[in-house]
Design a protein around this ligand. Structure first.
Ligand SMILES: *Cc1c(COP(=O)(O)O)cnc(C)c1O
Length: 452
């Protein structure tokens, strides 16, 4: 069969019947399930940290698809690798393996300093990576695959966001997300955030299978675990015979200026990590494929990796050759371009500059995962004002703004936002209450917005 495109094939724009922004929104409302509310704009094109809407307006994307577009939009190398892999071999079932999948697993094990016997499971999303981790924890708790006693309890933290599928939702704390879908998988308890005494007490009975932690809680407005918590949590879970599972879906792959956020938060600043300091598993997704859907569960150590044996879990798309090629290209570009250093310095300067702006009361975060609070609940209005001025930002709470721009954000671009911010705040202060459906919110409060 010829690989040439047959004559007379239409342009993609003809298949989608390109419209104006307003027409697109009307079509959206007639065709899409309403879970995301009304989208802010219909975006048609991107390049680097810039995107354009259907009416040709340009925006600096300081949200990066919610910490996903690590290398920005239409990155030339990622695009070329994806295209060449798709033109070579696009999908095989998991009865077969592919080179990109194996190479990516090896690379992730190297980056996580995984001991011998560690292993990777690929998924299409963060929720799926956490579902796999949930099953890993259950298998451990149920005593199969090397576990000992029955440990029915799983711990997570208040404020946690681990995804929207039923298992991941059981780990997620927010009542408004959980309540309508009960009963959820049982045995999950949410402990007070950052409270080591509560953790110690919860672990005392020895019937806890796992503790799930985000090193920095992104969805609640970029809230890092308090100093000392993570390292102590590792020690306590180890002593209690419970797994420590870190959700680095949002924080991983360079977002904080490190491959993973957890070592620095554990006070491990040196290069080599002792095996007893490692978590038992790490989940990844968001930035891993620079916008191509790919996630991963890294099971650290042979005992943990063996918990999920042949037939115990599976996926059709997970580990897809194109997705894993996208991730390989992403990791290579971050590494070869010295992007981690750049993310650290750019993020630090951005946070310093934010702290100097009137009405901003607190700035949090690490690298290019940044949250800041306002002295008044204008975050939803700020999202709209920013759009008007050509900036995409996000409001995870009524008085909180989150930024998660592409890691390739230039200094000039960062400065342009800092320069525009007083005006954005001013417009927000002087605007009427926004129409809730016009913000990047889902429901509950107008200013809130979440991952998905
Ligand atoms: C976004 C996110 C998830 C869910 O990932 P999806 O790809 O939306 O399923 C899970 N955990 C954290 C920390 C996240 O930020």
């Amino acid at each position: 069969m010829s690989t040439e495109i047959a004559a007379g094939q239409p342009e993609l724009s003809e298949l989608v019947h390109a419209s104006s922004g307003a027409q697109w929104l009307a079509r959206y409302q007639r065709s899409m399930l309403g879970v995301f509310g009304t989208p802010q704009r219909v975006l048609v094109r991107g390049a680097g940290a810039l995107v354009w809407d259907a009416d040709g307006k340009e925006y600096l994307d300081l949200l990066g698809g919610i910490a996903v577009n690590a290398l920005g939009h239409a990155h030339p190398f990622v695009t070329s690798v994806i295209s060449s892999q798709l033109a070579t071999l696009g999908h095989v079932s998991n009865f077969f393996a592919s080179p990109t999948q194996i190479a990516l697993a090896e690379k992730l094990l190297e980056l996580s300093q995984a001991p011998r016997g560690s292993a990777v499971f690929f998924t299409n999303s963060g929720a799926e990576a956490n579902e796999a981790a949930f099953k890993l924890a259950r298998m451990f708790g149920n005593g199969s695959g090397g576990g000992v006693a029955r440990k029915p309890r799983i711990l997570a933290l208040e404020g946690a966001f681990h995804g929207r599928t039923m298992g991941a939702l059981a780990l997620t704390a927010k009542e408004a997300y959980r309540k309508p879908f009960e009963p959820l998988p049982g045995g999950v308890e949410h402990l007070p955030f950052g409270d080591l005494a509560a953790l110690e007490e919860a672990l005392q009975s020895g019937d806890v299978a796992a503790l799930f932690l985000e090193p920095i809680q992104g969805e609640i407005g970029v809230r890092p675990l308090p100093e000392g918590y993570l390292r102590e949590a590792r020690r306590l879970t180890r002593e209690a015979g419970a797994l420590l599972i870190l959700d680095e879906v949002q924080t991983g792959i360079g977002r904080t200026g490190e491959w993973f956020a957890w070592p620095k938060l554990s006070g491990l600043t040196g290069g080599i990590i002792e095996p007893q300091e490692l978590p038992d598993a790490i989940t990844l997704a968001k930035g891993l494929g620079s916008g191509f859907p790919v996630g991963a569960l890294i099971a650290l150590g042979e005992q943990t990796a063996r918990l999920l044996g042949a037939g115990s879990h599976g996926t059709t798309f997970g580990g897809n050759p194109v997705a894993t090629a996208a991730a390989l290209a992403t990791l290579h570009t971050i590494e070869s371009g010295g992007l981690l250093d750049q993310v650290r310095s750019r993020g630090a300067l951005l946070r310093r500059n934010l702290a100097d702006i009137a009405h901003i009361t607190e700035v949090r975060g690490s690298g290019l995962l940044i949250g800041f609070d306002l002295d008044t609940p204008i975050a939803a209005q700020m999202v709209l004002a920013a759009l008007e001025l050509g900036f995409i930002i996000n409001s995870p709470g009524p008085s909180t703004i989150r930024l998660a721009p592409p890691l390739i954000l230039s200094q000039e671009q960062a400065d342009s936002f800092i320069a525009a911010l007083p005006k954005i705040i001013d417009l927000a202060l002087n605007s009427d209450k926004p129409n809730p459906s016009a913000t990047n919110s889902e429901k509950s409060t107008p200013a809130e917005s979440e991952a998905k």
